[in-house]
Structures are given as structure tokens and as C-alpha cells.
Design a binder for this molecule. Structure first.
Ligand SMILES: Cc1cc2nc3c(=O)[nH]c(=O)nc-3n(C[C@H](O)[C@H](O)[C@H](O)COP(=O)(O)OP(=O)(O)OC[C@H]3O[C@@H](n4cnc5c(N)ncnc54)[C@H](O)[C@@H]3O)c2cc1C
Ligand SMILES: NC(=O)c1ccc[n+]([C@@H]2O[C@H](COP(=O)([O-])OP(=O)(O)OC[C@H]3O[C@@H](n4cnc5c(N)ncnc54)[C@H](OP(=O)(O)O)[C@@H]3O)[C@@H](O)[C@H]2O)c1
Length: 386
């Protein structure tokens, strides 16, 4: 939903729409190393509109068990009154911590307060020195607010004072995995549940475990749409091929693209690269892809199952294998879309793109780089990665 329509409600961080869970199911099997789920949120009566390529901002709440452990570490009962960081209302601190503040992302204000309260005796004192940014980052990796409290028991806080040294609990973005033409007053998400153990404690990502473990059909889920600026399909009547590369949950916007292209009977052909750890545990949306292949919405599907053999096979290996055809599609004016992990996958996919342009386009590395620069200028290489 890029252009606000006159008379339509505008939803944003201050005025989110309160959606509810309509349906959810596992996309991965219990054997998968990571739990990935499909969610359908009900938007009935919201007037909320979105386009394929948009993402949904979700306002999560904290895990009450983590809140209770943190309150115990502070020596609070939970009923002490404080100001809610989001609404400004006076509420019991337990509610303020569930709804308003981050207990997983440690603010420097908390660290400074601990240093002050411990009279410099804390290990943090040294880490706050300007030149120790990297060491501080390493120290905080895998530590929550509760760890700082437990490691510094002499640092005592008043309830409101404690709230004032915490960050606000922020929204999380999720690529929308549905087209409104196909699903109407609903929005679908594809979310990997973040779970790990660090410093002897089982940890959960705030929003992904909120959706996976704490939401029922009656739980309010505040949401609003974040426009996916450059990540857009060509017009359906344009005969432009699209190549989509979305390993893991990076598949999300491409499910939306394919639903949209099926609904609009888009003219150009479509090719999807998907990658996950194993065909047996992570064949997300398998039946839907089979149906799109059967009806021509999808011309070609290449899956890279990274752990189904001794050697890792990734989406970029599949691109390289299919390099001649990939190059032919590029020369036909294809748009290349990439979604998912920015730090590793998107970098390697970019290298594979350059390499196949060199090999099949008969170009030097410099000419291939110039070709990619031109693709970007022509908006034919679009990435939604971070
Ligand atoms: C535009 C956009 C679209 C996105 N689309 C999707 C999508 O479609 N699907 C999807 O699943 N995600 C998507 N994401 C990511 C999503 O926004 C969240 O970042 C993700 O779900 C984690 O949020 P969380 O609240 O569950 O975890 P958080 O509470 O934010 O925790 C994550 C943090 O935990 C820490 N952490 C994680 N693992 C470990 C570890 N092993 N050891 C120590 N610390 C660790 C890291 O600091 C990490 O940043 C998207 C992000 C953006 C920006
Ligand atoms: N729009 C967005 O920006 C967006 C959308 C969705 C997800 N994300 C984020 O992207 C990250 C990853 O998502 P995910 O958990 O669904 O999947 P993932 O961890 O990226 O894993 C998906 C597949 O990619 C493989 N992989 C690992 N390294 C790779 C590389 N260098 N090149 C290509 N493939 C590689 C994995 O193989 P192995 O594990 O076997 O090595 C696995 O088979 C998360 O942080 C998620 O939050 C962002």
C-alpha cells in the first residue's frame, strides 16, 4: 500500500491495526534444525491494503516468563507502578515490561547505571571505554537485561528508574507472503522462530516466539504495512521475465509475487530459486509450487538442499549450473529479485551473477560488473536483504 487512498484509515507505529491470528501451520518438520511457520492474520474491516513486495510491521510483546524472571532479579513484585514507555499511562511494572520495553536488547543507559551503582566494580566499567566497542559488542552478544542484573547483584534499582534505562520494545518487519488479490482481507507471513542457548539460558527472539508460542486467536497483534519501495513486479501485461531467488524465509515475497501473477495472468515467464537445508524437512509451500509449475505461473523451479549431500549446495550453485539459460533470460530483459540473508547469501549470489555473466556473456570481469551496474540502473536487479 504505497499511496494512501483518501478516506482510508492510515495505520502506522502510533496507530497500528489490531489484527488477530486466523490460521497458522508449520512449514518445517520437527527434524529441521530451525522451526519455520506460516501465519495468516485477519484484516477484516481494517481497510488495510498492501502490494506484493511490501512488508508487515508486527508489534510483539515480551515473554511473561522472561519478565517474571527479570522482576525476581530486581526484587520487585510486579505490581509497582511505573509509566508505560509506549502509552504514557501509569501501569504495574509487569505490564510495562511485557508491552513497552525491550528486555533482550541492552541499552547503554543500563550499563552506565550499573557501573555507577557498583562504584566501578563491574566488569562493564572497562568495556564502556570508547575504544572497546568491539569487546562490548562481544560481551553483549547472547546477553539479555536479566544477565546484566544477575551478574551485578549489588546494582539496585527503583521501578521507574529501571524503566528509564531500557530501550522501547520495537516492531519487527516481515516480508508479506500473500497477494491481496488472492487472499482478500488477510495477510500471510513466513517466519523462522529464533531460538538459541547462551550463557546457560534458553533464549527466544521476541517477535518470532511471540507468533509461534504466545499468540492465540484472541491475542491482539498490532500491525501496519511498510511499503517495499523498489521491490515491485512489472505490470502483468508486460512481457518481462522474472527470476526470483529466495532461500529460507526469503521465499516470502515470492509466494506473494506468484499468487499475484497467477491472479493477474501475468504475461512474462517466472523462474524461482529456493534453498533450504533438506527436501524432507523444509519443502516450504511444496504443493503450491507444484500447482504453479503445472499451470504455467512458474516456468522453472530450482531447489538447493544444502544438507542433503556431503557437499553444501546453495542457490548460487543452482544459478551457476543453469548459467546458460539464466544468461538467456537476462538478455530477454529479465528482472532478477533476491530476498533473505544479506551477510552471506546475497553476497555469494551477487558473485554468482557476475560470474555467469562473464562465462555465458563472454565478458571480462569489468564488463560483467558494468552489466550488473546497468541492470541496477534499469531496476532489473532488485534486492530485499539485510
Ligand atoms: C524488511 C525485512 C523483512 C523481513 N522478513 C522476514 C521474513 O519474511 N521472515 C522472517 O522470519 N524474518 C524476516 N525478517 C527478520 C525479522 O524482522 C526479525 O529480525 C526476526 O524474526 C528476528 O526477530 P525476533 O524478534 O524473533 O528476534 P530478536 O528478539 O530480534 O532477536 C534476534 C537477535 O537475537 C540475537 N541472536 C540470534 N541468534 C543468536 C545466537 N545464536 N547467539 C546469540 N545471540 C543470538 C541476535 O542479536 C539477533 O539480532 C525481515 C527483516 C526485514 C528487515
Ligand atoms: N526481507 C528480508 O530482508 C528477509 C526476509 C526473510 C528472512 N530474512 C532473514 O534472513 C536470514 C536467514 O533466513 P532463514 O533463517 O529463513 O534461512 P537461512 O538461514 O538463510 O537458510 C536458508 C538456506 O540458505 C543456506 N545458506 C547458508 N549460507 C548461504 C550462503 N552463503 N549462500 C546461499 N545460501 C546459504 C542455508 O544452508 P546451511 O544452513 O545448510 O548452510 C539454508 O539451506 C534471517 O536472519 C532472516 O531473519 C530477511
Amino acid at each position: 500500500m504505497s499511496t494512501p487512498t483518501p478516506g482510508k484509515p492510515v495505520y502506522n507505529v502510533k496507530n497500528p491495526f489490531i489484527s488477530h491470528l486466523a490460521r497458522a501451520y508449520d512449514l518445517s518438520t520437527p527434524e529441521a534444525p530451525k522451526h519455520t511457520r506460516h501465519y495468516e492474520l485477519d484484516l477484516t474491516g481494517s481497510g488495510l491494503e498492501y502490494l506484493p513486495g511490501d512488508s508487515l510491521a508486527v508489534q510483539p510483546t515480551n515473554d511473561p516468563a522472561l519478565v517474571d524472571d527479570t522482576l525476581a532479579a530486581l526484587g520487585f513484585t510486579g505490581s509497582e507502578e511505573v509509566t508505560h514507555a509506549k502509552t504514557g499511562a501509569t501501569v504495574p511494572i509487569r505490564q510495562a515490561l511485557i508491552e513497552g520495553n525491550s528486555l533482550t536488547d541492552v541499552d547503554n543507559k543500563l550499563l552506565k547505571a550499573v557501573v555507577e551503582k557498583t562504584g566501578g566494580a563491574s566488569i562493564i566499567t572497562d568495556l564502556l571505554a570508547l575504544e572497546k566497542k568491539e569487546e562490548l559488542r562481544n560481551y553483549l552478544w547472547g546477553r539479555f537485561v536479566i544477565d546484566i542484573l544477575l551478574e551485578n547483584p549489588s546494582a539496585k534499582f527503583e521501578p521507574q528508574e529501571f524503566i528509564s534505562v531500557l530501550k522501547k520494545l520495537n516492531i519487527r518487519l516481515y516480508s508479506i507472503s500473500s497477494s491481496q488479490r488472492a487472499v482478500g482481507e488477510s495477510v500471510h507471513l513466513t517466519v523462522a522462530t529464533v531460538r538459541y542457548t547462551s550463557h546457560g539460558r534458553t533464549r527466544g527472539g521476541v517477535a518470532s516466539t511471540f507468533l509461534a508460542e504466545r499468540v492465540t486467536e484472541s491475542t491482539p497483534i498490532p500491525v501496519f504495512v511498510n511499503a517495499g519501495k523498489g521491490f515491485r513486479l512489472p505490470e502483468p501485461e508486460e512481457d518481462i521475465p522474472v527470476i526470483m531467488c529466495g532461500p529460507g524465509t526469503g521465499i516470502a515475497p515470492f509466494r506473494a509475487f506468484l499468487q499475484e501473477r497467477q491472479a493477474t495472468k501475468a504475461k512474462g515467464k517466472a523462474w524461482l530459486f529456493f534453498g533450504e537445508v533438506s527436501a524432507s524437512s523444509c519443502s516450504f509451500y511444496k504443493d503450491e509450487f507444484a500447482a504453479w509449475l503445472a499451470d504455467g505461473t512458474l516456468a522453472r523451479l530450482d531447489c538447493a538442499w544444502s544438507r542433503d549431500q556431503a557437499e553444501k549446495i546453495y542457490v548460487q550453485n543452482k544459478m551457476t549450473e543453469a548459467g546458460a539459460e539464466f544468461w538467456a533470460w537476462l538478455e530477454q530483459g529479465a528482472i532478477f529479485y533476491v530476498c533473505g540473508d544479506a551477510s552471506r547469501m546475497a553476497v555469494d549470489v551477487d558473485k554468482a551473477l557476475h560470474s555467469l555473466i562473464e562465462t555465458h556473456g563472454g565478458k571480462t570481469p569489468e564488463e560483467a560488473a558494468a552489466y550488473v551496474v546497468q541492470m541496477k540502473a534499469d531496476k532489473r536487479y532488485r534486492r530485499d536483504v539485510y
